[in-house]
Design a binder for this molecule. Sequence first.
Ligand SMILES: N=c1c2ncn([C@@H]3O[C@H](COP(=O)(O)OP(=O)(O)OP(=O)(O)O)[C@@H](O)[C@H]3O)c2ncn1[C@@H]1O[C@H](COP(=O)(O)O)[C@@H](O)[C@H]1O
Length: 120
Amino acid sequence: MDTTPSTPNNAPVLDALADVLRKRRHASPDDSYVASLHYKGLNKILEKLGEEATETLLAAKDAEHGSFDERQALVAETADLWFHSLVMLSHLDLDHQDVLNELARRFGISGHDEKATRPQ
Ligand SMILES: N=c1c2ncn([C@@H]3O[C@H](COP(=O)(O)OP(=O)(O)OP(=O)(O)O)[C@@H](O)[C@H]3O)c2ncn1[C@@H]1O[C@H](COP(=O)(O)O)[C@@H](O)[C@H]1O
């Protein structure tokens, strides 16, 4: 039985967001945060992504033995990280579907087994 998850339509928010991000490529940077990131370019997007990654790992440490609020803060930081990752992909003419396809391709392949097949 094929247990590979189907990617189409299992993430409607991501589909809708990717559409918005594409449309913001040529929008006015004064009217849109996403357009302002595209306008400033890849280095700015990567700087934001790095900041969000750091904020996420700090939030994860707080959440490890933390309160409900600290766990919610981790969810919010992770959403910021995902969002800025999606902006990066969009800036480079990629999107979440490319990543979901790669995860689907890997699905069910043990990381240990995959690593063992790599050239030495
Ligand atoms: N999901 C998001 C989203 N998540 C986070 N952010 C923004 O990401 C920014 C970065 O957060 P920070 O707290 O790091 O910002 P900051 O520290 O004030 O930033 P700096 O000025 O210091 O660089 C904030 O302005 C957040 O509002 C988002 N901005 C937009 N979206 C989505 O993108 C769509 C398009 O947004 P606009 O382009 O603004 O219309 C929206 O409808 C949403 O669906």
